[in-house]
Design a binder for this molecule. Structure first.
Ligand SMILES: [Zn+2]
Ligand SMILES: [Zn+2]
Length: 106
């Protein structure tokens, strides 16, 4: 018995030769981006102040950005204060709230 498996697919790639439109090299464009950062922002994760070119930037570093995404701010289920949880599953802003919530739950 012969098993003939033909899984290889042929993909014909059409290579397009795009004629690149000539980019005009003007020597005076770089003066627009100055080295001074126009925006002074406060990092929404660590609260540090930082300077940036982008007014939409919220975090001072990629680290803070990743942490903020991983651990978004939560509202304490007991006192309803907004806080930054250390872990994703943290429900309360402090140990006190945690104990109080457990005690008053029943
Ligand atoms: Zn930060
Ligand atoms: Zn709380």
């Amino acid at each position: 018995m012969r098993k003939s498996k033909c899984t290889s697919e042929r993909k014909n790639r059409i290579v397009r030769n795009k004629t690149l439109s000539k980019v005009e090299n003007s020597t005076h464009t770089r003066t627009r981006l100055s080295k001074t950062f126009p925006y002074l922002k406060t990092c929404q994760h660590c609260g540090r102040k930082f300077k940036t070119h982008f007014h939409t930037q919220k975090y001072c570093s990629a680290e803070c950005y990743a942490n903020a995404i991983r651990n978004p701010k939560k509202q304490c289920e007991y006192c309803h204060i907004e806080f930054q949880p250390a872990h994703r599953h943290t429900k309360y802003c402090s140990v006190e709230c945690y104990h109080l919530a457990i005690r008053t739950r029943r």
